[in-house]
Design a binder for this molecule. Structure first.
Ligand SMILES: NC(=O)C1=CN([C@@H]2O[C@H](COP(=O)(O)OP(=O)(O)OC[C@H]3O[C@@H](n4cnc5c(N)ncnc54)[C@H](OP(=O)(O)O)[C@@H]3O)[C@@H](O)[C@H]2O)C=CC1
Ligand SMILES: N[C@@H](CC=O)C(=O)O
Ligand code: NA
Length: 367
């Protein structure tokens, strides 16, 4: 076992895709900028490869990706990883940059062993309400920290804002807006306020190439990604929503493609259904409006919903650009003029920024 060090914090990273790569580069800058506490990368893995040593020797951050790609080590099963990290003798933070349900379900185990968690993964906080309770009670019991700012609105201060409103005693009455970077990008480019726009299926492919979509873009198009975000926000606001499928969610997956086997096959077949989305766009145009994919939580009626709505061209939601999210918090204190958070809601760098700032929050409390 390595010697305990009060000013050393070990970092373990699961997932080195679009977000994970950007996080690693931000971690490298952070470690260089702030020598205290010393940040030591002791474990990193994708779904197939891993890099670690039994005596927790530091993995150089700047070469971690190339070393990992030529490593012949395989990822530790999660309970073994908990043991490995829990016996290092140093405080440890797990950074989960996957969208894995299995990793998410292991958070209570990591937390109960004193390992803090920071993550953009929505699964843990938007699956069963029991998992949510298990996560926060494990953290409370062990004193380990858990932060997930990038699980809603990427790096935008959405979760921290909502927590501040609630913790200072304000009463949230309604939360509404555009919660998906992918959906925002798709509608902003496919149904522009000028009437112009590319083909729906081509825009979906672009959103994937830009790193906005979930690993499988169907998880965005079926509305579930937005439903997960609303589940998280509703729970934080005090509404114990059971799951992201316990309220109405509109899917944009053509019925004929509901059962295709893979995301790639789905993208291949999607162009044949472009006419369906053109029809939706034309219907809104007839009323002098544009169509956008939005969500809302009404605290009084306990209603949560996700789907398409039409907006006047002058509405702020119609005027969004790129992958921007816009989230309006209506509260007792703010009255009829909501507190609004707006900006890029997807993309590797902006998402990793939320993860890195969560890491800083954890470090300020544990190191
Ligand atoms: N992209 C964005 O703009 C945003 C993303 N997020 C969230 O960030 C997370 C990461 O997204 P993104 O980087 O785009 O996804 P990617 O698909 O680009 O990367 C996922 C990474 O996780 C690894 N991985 C998946 N499952 C496991 C597993 N069980 N064990 C170990 N490693 C695993 C993958 O490895 P392999 O390559 O071997 O499969 C890959 O390295 C997701 O939860 C997403 O919802 C949140 C906000 C915005
Ligand atoms: N796929 C998601 C990524 C961020 O949560 C989105 O498009 O918003
Ligand atoms: Na956020």
């Amino acid at each position: 076992m390595a010697a305990a060090s009060a000013r050393q914090v070990n970092i373990a990273i699961i997932g080195v895709g679009g977000v994970g790569k950007c996080f690693l580069s931000q971690l490298e800058q952070l470690a260089a900028r702030r020598p205290n506490p010393k940040l030591v990368l002791t474990y990193i893995c994708t779904s197939k490869k891993a890099l670690y040593s039994t005596d927790h020797v530091a993995i150089p951050i700047n070469t971690a990706i190339s070393t990992l790609s030529s490593s012949d080590q395989t990822p530790l099963p999660l309970p073994k990883l908990v043991d490995f990290l829990g016996t290092s003798g140093s405080k440890t933070v797990l950074v989960d940059n996957t969208s894995s349900q299995e990793v998410a379900e292991a958070y209570p185990l990591f937390l109960s062993r004193g390992i803090s968690v920071v993550t953009p993964n929505k699964k843990a906080f938007s699956s069963s309400y029991k998992l949510w309770q298990d996560i926060f009670s494990a953290a409370e019991q062990s004193g380990a920290k858990v932060y997930h700012e990038s699980s809603v609105g990427a790096g935008l201060p959405v979760i921290s804002t909502l927590k501040d409103l609630v913790d200072t005693g304000d009463e949230v009455t309604k939360i509404e807006g555009v919660f998906s970077g992918t959906m925002s990008f798709l509608f902003n480019s496919f149904a522009q306020t000028s009437g112009a726009g590319g083909k729906w299926s081509a825009e979906v492919k672009k959103a994937k190439q830009l790193g906005y979509t979930e690993p499988d873009p169907r998880d965005d198009l079926n509305g579930l990604d937005v439903a997960r975000k609303l589940t998280i926000l509703a729970r934080l606001a005090g509404l114990p929503v059971e799951s992201p499928t316990s309220f109405p969610v509109q899917s944009l997956i053509p019925r004929e493609l509901e059962s295709v086997a893979t995301g790639d096959e789905f993208l291949e077949k999607l162009p044949a259904f472009d006419a369906q989305m053109e029809e939706t766009k034309a219907e809104a145009e007839k009323e002098g409006k544009v169509v956008r994919f939005v969500g809302s939580i009404d605290m009084a009626t306990k209603q949560v919903k996700v789907g398409l709505e039409k907006f006047d061209l002058s509405h702020p939601i119609a005027a969004l650009k790129g992958s921007d999210n816009i989230i309006s918090f209506y509260t007792k204190r703010y009255g009829s003029n909501p507190l609004i958070v707006q900006g890029a809601g997807a993309g590797g760098d902006v998402t990793a920024m939320g993860v890195t700032s969560d890491l800083l929050k954890v470090l300020s409390q544990i190191a």
